[in-house]
Structures are given as C-alpha cells and as structure tokens.
Design a protein. Structure first.
Length: 124
C-alpha cells in the first residue's frame, strides 16, 4: 500500500500542474486563433466602466512593438463587443504563457481604449 504523503503529492501535482488558467480558443474574422482567458466588465470609482479581454500571447510583453501590433489586430475584433455592451472603454490585457510546473508565474501588459465624444476610438 502506498504511503499517504505520496498520494497527497500526486494529487497536488495533478491539480496544480495544468500550466495555468483554462484557455478558450476563439477564431477571429481574419482567421487568427485568439486564446481567451476571460472577458470581464470592470467598474471604477472615478471613471466609466470598461470591458476587459484577458488573452494569452506567445509574445514577450517586453517586445512592445510586436505586442502593440497584435493588440491592434485584436482590438478591431473586440471593439464590437465593447460597443454592444454600450461602453466607452475597452481594455485588452496580454498575458504571457505561464512558466513553471506547480507554482506558475507570468507577465501581463494592458492596453486601454477610449471612445471620444465624436465616436472615434483611441488608445490611451
């Protein structure tokens, strides 16, 4: 019969070794696969609410030019959801692929979009 600590260790490894949060792959109109972690409506005490898309990127968040190009491409797709929600702010948060086995770490970087009074969108 196996020792109890070994069983607990195996259960912990099985439960924690998934490599990060669940990812749902969504195909964008341009054919690109987008790995969505979640979409959340956020409220702020001193600003308008926003819809936030958390997604997993294969890029390093330190590679800002490449990350900005990727986020601009995603924004053309996500903007429709923000507008349908009747909001004037959208946030796209790029999350690197988590590293580690039991304890995972990762870096993220966010981009905020705002709809002006004239109806045009700009990144802040």
């Amino acid at each position: 019969m196996p020792k109890l600590p070994s069983i607990i260790l195996l259960l912990l490894l099985a439960a924690c070794g998934t490599g990060g949060p669940p990812v749902q792959t969504v195909k964008m109109p341009n054919g690109r696969a987008l790995k969505v972690l979640n979409i959340t409506r956020m409220s702020f005490s001193n600003d308008a609410p926003a819809l936030m898309l958390n997604y997993q990127t294969d890029l390093k968040t330190s590679d800002r030019p490449a990350l900005e190009r990727e986020v601009e491409e995603i924004w053309t797709f996500f903007r429709t959801d923000v507008e349908r929600a009747g909001l004037t702010r959208g946030i796209i948060r790029a999350n690197e692929v988590p590293k580690g086995f039991i304890l995972t770490t990762g870096t993220a970087f966010g981009f905020v979009y705002h709809r002006g009074p004239d109806g045009s969108w700009s990144r802040q």
